[in-house]
Unconditional design. Structure first.
Length: 134
């Protein structure tokens, strides 16, 4: 049950941050890097499924263990590494297998994966501690 609660906290944090990044801040960068590969319309069911799965994974593998030890430093290290690993699975696989997958996009996306995962996990951790007495 704790994982579902923590994922429920993490989910909106990640969506807001990611939509701001992809839809506003990095929009031109992604468009320039992906060109014709970028869909004109988002398949929201696939996007939402990713956010649900990733929020559950962050809650289970990062936030819950940090709460169990009451360690923000453990959370920060685990979140950054987890985000790097998750985004590396996508970006490095694409770099290895797709013609024209851009290296600059891979680098930026790996950094973003670490940042968004760490910010999401940190926010959810702090909310759980302050408001849910974890």
């Amino acid at each position: 049950m704790q994982t579902l609660i923590l994922a429920g906290i993490a989910f909106p944090i990640m969506i807001v941050l990611d939509l701001l990044w992809i839809g506003v801040v990095g929009r031109g960068f992604y468009k320039a890097q992906l060109g014709a590969m970028l869909r004109p319309d988002v398949v929201w069911s696939a996007a939402l499924l990713f956010y649900v799965i990733f929020a559950l994974a962050i809650a289970y593998f990062v936030i819950a263990p940090a709460l169990a030890t009451h360690s923000m430093s453990k959370l920060l290290i685990s979140a950054a590494f987890f985000g790097l690993a998750a985004y590396a699975a996508y970006d490095l696989s694409n770099l290895a297998t797709l013609v024209g997958w851009p290296l600059p996009l891979t680098i930026v996306d790996l950094i973003w994966g670490m940042l968004v995962t760490t910010a999401t996990a940190s926010g959810a951790y702090l909310i759980a501690v302050k408001f849910l007495n974890y």
